[in-house]
Design a protein around this ligand. Structure first.
Ligand SMILES: *[C@@H]1O[C@H](CO)[C@@H](O)[C@H](O)[C@H]1NC(C)=O
Ligand SMILES: *[C@@H]1O[C@H](CO)[C@@H](O)[C@H](O)[C@H]1NC(C)=O
Ligand SMILES: [Ca+2]
Length: 211
């Protein structure tokens, strides 16, 4: 009997202690949950801030790249110097051109380097580099083969053919070519080209510019 009383007493004390412990643990758990929620919130905030920072870094990099490209373009323009370009056309239709004759583009519109000669109809390269050359020939009822010449070498050909039904025909050729300072460039007749048109319907012309 005595033992039974002792046992139930002990059991009561243990139960009491356990329920106290459980209460304490519950409280602790609640506190921990609050802390965890707070930490998660803060982490989310940090992550958002970091994401924003990454986007900012990217746009800063874009801006820096754009600025750098702009500076390179500027430097390129500086080292390339001023624009080199010429454009001349036939001020009127011409006829009776002979083979090997230079096509006399006599009216100069543009000649930034002052190296196109409207009397000899020759462009003298002011500085070495890659150039674009283009010429347009307009004809009526004939055939006309012309060639673009650098010094003595042919570097381009054009052959409009309108030898039927009184047709008007136009041909434009574009040539890209590395040329050296003081090379001379001109367009000459290869065959045909008895007459070349240039009037208020259309213009025959010759142009070039350095890239
Ligand atoms: C940066 O440039 C790239 C490609 O040019 C583009 O796809 C991206 O959206 C840009 N980023 C920002 C933040 O402007
Ligand atoms: C060619 O142009 C002239 C004007 O210069 C015109 O009279 C003639 O009819 C044109 N030829 C054709 C086939 O249209
Ligand atoms: Ca000139």
């Amino acid at each position: 009997m005595f033992y039974l009383i002792i046992l139930s007493l002990v059991s009561a004390v243990v139960t009491e202690l356990c329920s106290k412990d459980i209460q304490v643990l519950r409280n602790e758990n609640q506190i921990l949950r609050r802390i965890v929620t707070k930490v998660v919130d803060e982490l989310t905030e940090h992550k958002n801030a970091l994401d924003e920072l990454i986007v900012f870094k990217k746009s800063l990099e874009n801006y820096t790249t754009a600025k750098e490209n702009e500076r390179r373009m500027h430097d390129r323009r500086q080292t390339n110097g001023p624009v080199i370009a010429f454009h001349a056309f036939l001020s009127k239709s011409i006829s009776a051109l002979g083979i090997q004759h230079t096509v006399p583009f006599d009216e100069e519109i543009t000649d930034t380097a002052n190296r196109y000669n409207p009397y000899s109809h020759v462009f003298t390269v002011p500085e070495s580099g890659v150039y674009v050359f283009t010429w347009t020939i307009i004809i009526k009822n004939i055939r006309c083969s012309t060639e673009l010449v650098v010094n003595a070498a042919v570097i381009g050909r054009s052959y409009p053919d309108s030898e039927r039904d009184d047709e008007n025909d136009t041909s434009t050729v574009i040539v890209l070519r590395q040329v050296a300072k003081d090379d001379v460039i001109f367009v000459r007749v290869n065959s045909g080209c008895f007459s070349i048109r240039s009037d208020h319907y259309g213009r025959s012309s010759f142009s070039g510019w350095k890239l």
